[in-house]
Design a protein around this ligand. Structure first.
Ligand code: GUN
Length: 281
């Protein structure tokens, strides 16, 4: 039987409608949620992502501020901008779109964002909170995956979750969230000797490596839940994930499409974190 397709776009739209209502309540109290998005340089993919984030804010009735800086911006200038935003009561969330130009130190830039406004969840304070189970902002993509599992009634407790990818943005926080939810978690990466032997053990398989169609049907346990975080182009230039969708959907129990799966959930979680930041003020 073919897998159930998890409709991330539909779920994200329902969540965003709820966030809009909560934002209206805050706005009536003079606390309209505000997100500042900084982009440095003219990376075309980053420009699309940033535009989508700003548009989602506007649709949910949030205040948004897009700060577009030239590629030659100095680190001192960028840190100065962040200090201003940290002190601005109209701004509850701040994100600096990655990647930054090579002359800027991403770690130093991220650490300059006040942890209470770190709605991307990339600050070491946010990572530490996630690691230790303290309240904080979880990175948006893995948080979106957990929201999808919850919406599908998939309980990770007692299941074997295999995460392929070990980035700070997705793989590592994904593993921690699944662990927190009671899963037994394996993290695989480019140095894992027999990837298929690991992925075949997964009740929940999360692919987050950025390699088109890396996960093939023979790598998937029948009836597993397969979450595709990848966003790649195939040989024909079509958008595709890290999972070979058509063959894998014949084996899996659940599968997320690309596009329309995890991507829209990332933006929904950004709004959720911004709302949470505003509600705390
Ligand atoms: N670049 C790719 N994904 C992200 C993200 O979620 N946040 C930021 N700030 N940059 C990114």
């Amino acid at each position: 039987m073919s897998a159930r397709i998890i409709d991330g776009a539909g779920l994200a739209a329902r969540l965003r409608a709820g966030y809009r209502e909560r934002a209206a309540v805050l706005a009536a109290q003079g606390r309209r949620p505000g997100l500042a998005v900084i982009i440095v340089g003219d990376n075309p993919a980053s420009r699309v992502y940033v535009r989508n984030k700003v548009r989602a804010c506007e649709e949910a009735g949030f205040h948004s501020r897009l700060i577009e800086l030239p590629a030659a911006t100095t680190e001192a200038d960028l840190l100065g901008r962040l200090a201003e935003l940290n002190a601005d009561p109209a701004i509850h969330g701040i994100l600096a779109q990655l990647p930054l130009p090579a002359h800027l130190d991403s770690a130093r830039v991220i650490e300059a964002i006040a942890p209470e406004k770190d709605v991307d969840g990339f600050h070491v304070a946010s990572a530490g909170a996630l690691m230790t189970g303290l309240p904080g902002f979880a990175p948006c993509t893995p948080a979106g995956v957990m929201a999808m599992l919850a919406a599908e009634g998939i309980d990770a407790a007692g299941r074997h979750a295999v995460v392929v990818g070990r980035s700070n943005i997705v793989g590592k926080p994904m593993a921690l969230l699944l662990l927190q939810a009671g899963a037994t978690v394996t993290i695989c990466h480019s140095r894992t000797p027999d990837l298929a032997a690991m992925t075949r053990q997964a009740d929940i398989l999360v692919a987050a490596v950025g390699r088109a169609k890396l996960v093939t049907a023979d790598m998937v346990k029948p009836s597993a839940c397969v979450i595709d975080v990848g966003m790649n182009r195939d040989a024909a230039g079509r958008l595709c994930g890290d999972v070979d969708f058509e063959p894998v959907r014949e084996v899996a129990g659940w599968i997320t499409p690309v596009p329309g799966g995890v991507g829209p959930m990332t933006i929904a979680m950004l709004l959720a974190n911004t709302l949470k930041a505003a509600e705390r003020t």
